[in-house]
Design a protein around this ligand. Structure first.
Ligand code: WT7
Length: 655
């Protein structure tokens, strides 16, 4: 990537200082950076005091067997006690923990006292089903309160959960059950998706016919949709309402070691079998609680927090289940899709509950941009005071739209960079401190050490690009890959000695602020220049007729790789407009320089995405290089690829 194109990203020259009132009352000020820099471990030891420990830790970090970390190793605590019971004991039993909004319009609110009873009952039920400390429990659920209750019940018993996203297939579920050797599966008859019941139980039944799943003794089934003809295996399957409801609503939590496993969460790497990312107890909860407090400036007495992620992803684990509840927050849990039954559904929910902090993903923001400014304008969004973004680099265009149309040109945007592996946020502006720049995650949080290095592991100077690395261990780091320590070493710790390799490309600007450029596998090599897919996508989306763009490098005899762009046009633009393609190429050349001008631009109706919203570039590369498509099972809608292929001259007819 040439320095000109970085300059182009920055030339927007838009800087947004924190709102004065927010800054004056912010939970965290600039002093936190100084404290953490002066004594990083002391800083985290201090943050661990946010939790209630049965035995307070005297050790902070044990890095003697690096990179296998132990944080707060001699401390003991119970995660569910921290997320639920202690708030009730502190007199907050009547505070709403979860406002649940079903897709079909049903809703219910659970207070912390309700949550304590429900989690206790679920824990007692799991005990009755033979779940013991250390047993793994798979959770395959829709977005309903029972999912969070199930996770907390597992945590309460020290039984690590493995939540598998409800959109995954039976095969994906089976692989994860096998790898973790789960003993119980918690599921539902189904959930609501786009206004219709969508079954889950059949996938569990199918998964449990596969070899390696024999150790699953019970399937605990929540009745959500009331679908008829739920297949039933007597002796194995039990209804939640029959087994959980009759339990005592009291259960005394036991404290576990800080390094006791809390959960396994599989990351769906593009190749190889999924990696079971292992997180443990004390360090994880410390960092999710601290970051939720600091990055969102959470005021638990008055804020209403809403993270739109699915609880099946790490964002849902850390910022639906654990961070907000550890902090005694009131939060929204929404079951469905943003456009059911209408495209204003999210904004209606913000208005209904007076949501003050919204945490969502760039892909969702771009979808809302595409639907039009008039939709959010119909709702009262004046309660919103902090906006968050996560999951991929947010293009400056979407950032500006988010600020203007959702944040009333006032709410600070926190662009939070982190990963399943990091467990909690790592880079982000602080809303009361940082002057934000559209499109940049900017700075490591207090207590986090990150930088950008070149191929030889040397830190790059300001203004240059390379690889993002984390240079010191952090409390919520993954401890290993479940059952595969060697893969943990190889994947994260072997590229640069002594540093964690995140797999993302990044640049530092002239102020030293960090800009994420996408996965390193997504960097293109064009005539000897490294060009990031993210930057070309940002340039395309900055054109008024483009709603969304995905860019890949296709093998090219002349230039090594040629830039191929797939674009979704805005409402009025026509895909048959030859002039438009020329105009878009010229626009990119003007924004980033002629070297970044896409060789081909293909208007399409949809882009292939994983269920977590990440564009599947591998598939687009296959299309661009006229190859057969590989595995499309993790796509949200595989017909998208047929449509794209059919449009390409030659591509579809060659095989
Ligand atoms: C990858 C991790 C973190 C929870 C959701 C995704 C990309 C994530 C950002 C951001 C630029 C981002 C990175 C990262 N990513 N947040 N704010 N800016 N890129 O978790 O599925 O483990 O994916 O998502 O490429 O490595 P994940």
């Amino acid at each position: 990537m040439s320095n000109e194109s970085l300059a182009n990203l920055l030339k927007e020259d838009r800087r947004f200082a924190p709102p004065a009132e927010l800054a004056a009352n912010a939970n965290v000020t600039a002093a936190a950076y100084e404290q953490a820099a002066a004594d990083r471990l002391g800083f985290w030891a201090e943050q661990a005091k946010r939790l209630s420990w049965e035995t307070a830790p005297t050790e902070t970090l044990d890095w003697s067997n690096a990179p296998f970390a132990k944080w707060f190793a001699d401390g003991k605590l119970n995660v569910a006690y921290n997320c639920v019971d202690r708030h009730v004991e502190n007199g907050l039993g009547d505070r709403v923990a979860i406002h649940f909004e079903g897709e079909t319009g049903d809703s219910r609110s659970l207070t912390y006292a309700d949550l304590q009873r429900e989690v206790s009952k679920a824990a007692n039920a799991l005990i009755e089903l033979g779940v013991r400390t250390g047993d793994r429990v798979a959770v395959y659920m829709p977005m309903i309160p029972e999912t969070v209750i199930a996770m907390l019940a597992c945590a309460r018993l020290g039984a690590p959960h493995s939540v598998v996203f409800g959109g995954f297939s039976a095969d994906a579920l089976a692989t994860r059950i096998q790898d973790a050797d789960a003993r119980v599966v918690i599921t539902a008859d189904g959930g609501y998706r786009r206004g219709k019941p969508s079954a889950l139980k059949p996938a569990v039944d199918e998964a449990l016919t596969k070899p390696g799943t024999e150790n699953v003794r019970n399937v605990l089934v929540v009745r959500r949709t009331g679908q008829e003809d739920v297949a039933w295996t007597e002796g194995r399957d039990v209804w939640w309402h029959e087994v959980v409801e009759r339990q005592s609503d009291r259960h005394t939590p036991e404290a576990f070691d800080a390094e006791h496993p809390l959960f396994i969460l599989y990351t769906s790497g593009t190749t190889g079998k999924p990696k079971g990312i292992l997180h443990t107890t004390g360090g994880y909860l410390t960092q999710v609680a601290y970051t939720h407090h600091a990055v969102f400036d959470l005021k638990p007495e008055t804020d209403v927090f809403w993270c739109t992620a699915d609880v099946g992803w790490v964002t849902g684990h850390s910022y639906i289940a654990y961070g907000p509840l550890a902090n005694g927050a009131t939060e929204v849990l929404y079951e469905g899709t943003p456009d059911t039954p209408h495209q204003g559904r999210w904004w209606e929910i913000v208005q209904k509950y007076g949501v003050t902090i919204l945490y969502t993903a760039p892909t969702a923001i771009r979808a809302c941009m595409k639907w039009g400014d008039d939709i959010p304008a119909k709702f009262d969004l004046s309660s919103l005071r902090v906006l968050g973004s996560v999951g991929e680099p947010i293009n400056p265009e979407a950032w500006m739209w988010y600020r203007k149309h959702i944040g009333a040109d006032a709410a600070p945007i926190v662009d939070t960079w982190w990963q399943t592996e990091t467990g909690a946020m790592m880079l982000s502006p602080l809303p009361g401190v940082t002057t934000t720049k559209p499109g940049s995650a900017q700075v490591p949080l207090p207590g986090i050490a990150a930088t950008v290095v070149d191929d030889d592991a040397h830190e790059v100077p300001d203004g240059a690009g390379g690889y993002l690395v984390l240079t010191e261990p952090w409390p919520s780091m993954l401890r290993t890959i479940w059952g595969d320590d060697q893969r943990y070493l190889d994947t994260y710790w072997s590229r640069f000695e002594g540093k964690y390799f995140a797999g993302d490309g990044a640049k530092k600007d002239e102020d030293g602020d960090i800009w994420l450029l996408g996965r390193v596998d997504d960097v293109m090599l064009v005539s000897g220049h490294n060009i990031s897919t993210t930057e070309v996508e940002s340039a395309l989306v900055s054109h008024p007729k483009v709603a969304e763009a995905a860019v890949v490098g296709a093998t090219d005899p002349q230039t090594t790789q040629a830039i191929c762009a797939f674009v979704i046009l805005r409402g009025t633009a026509s895909a048959d407009d030859e002039g438009l393609v020329a105009e878009l190429r010229a626009h990119v050349a003007q924004q980033l320089g002629p070297i970044a001008k896409p060789k081909r631009i293909m208007p399409v109706a949809e882009l292939p995405k994983t269920r977590s919203g990440k564009i599947m570039r591998r598939l687009l590369r296959d299309v661009a290089e006229n190859r057969d498509l590989g595995d499309v099972s993790t796509l949200t809608d595989s017909s998208v690829m047929d449509l794209i292929q059919a449009k390409l001259p030659g591509a579809a007819s060659e095989d």
